[in-house]
Design a protein. Structure first.
Length: 209
């Protein structure tokens, strides 16, 4: 019985490792060409397995996408929530938040650049959930510094400024150096709260690699 149990456990581990290698290969292919342009045949070639093996472990595209997004999210930089919430003032909190979001944008950029959430419902739902979480966190930060003066448009404005699309346009389309882009984003965040004082509160750049 012990030999049988050992064989079952060994087989289970082998299958888990095989599944993980398929996911890793898929993630690499999606970064290189996008999910829509990636076929199961491409994944099989990348992973070094047969096409039936791919279908055995991932019968549907949604199952494969779910595993891939979990793989990528698990390796994303940690958001320093406690540090941001402990910031002595809103300007410092904004700088820390922008720097942390930049690290996440850099991590997700190979996949987000394809904008496939516009045509893949699973990705659209996932990003909607992410934005909802981000809005909730922004609300917490603003409430900590502004009390009951937080308005809906403030939260919406901050969530939009922190979005991948705006960061990507500043850094990639306009070619701004990342420290400059961070400075611009911080000023935008503070302008939403205190338009007349935003320039005065961001006269220096916080250096973040």
């Amino acid at each position: 019985m012990k030999t049988r149990a050992y064989n079952i456990e060994t087989r289970r581990n082998q299958q888990a490792a095989l599944k993980a290698s398929i996911v890793a290969a898929t993630v690499e292919q999606h970064a290189a060409r996008g999910a829509i342009a990636t076929s199961y045949a491409d994944i099989a070639k990348q992973a070094g397995v047969s096409l039936p093996t791919i279908y055995k472990h991932f019968p549907t595209q949604d199952e494969l996408l779910q595993s891939c997004t979990s793989h990528v999210i698990a390796r994303a930089p940690r958001m320093p929530n406690e540090e941001i919430q402990a910031a002595p003032d809103l300007a410092t909190a904004a700088e820390l938040l922008v720097a942390a979001m930049e690290k996440q944008h850099l991590h997700f950029e190979p996949w987000f650049t394809w904008r496939e959430d516009r045509v893949i419902p699973f990705l659209a739902e996932m990003l909607d959930g992410f934005r909802a979480m981000q809005s909730e966190f922004v609300s917490t930060i603003l409430a900590h510094h502004l009390g009951k003066n937080v308005r809906r448009e403030m939260v919406a404005g901050w969530e939009s400024v922190l979005s991948f699309d705006l960061w990507h346009r500043l850094v990639r389309s306009h070619g701004l150096p990342r420290p400059v882009a961070r400075h611009v984003l911080v000023r935008c965040l503070l302008a939403i709260i205190e338009p007349k004082q935003a320039a005065q509160k961001t006269t220096r750049h916080r250096r973040t690699p």
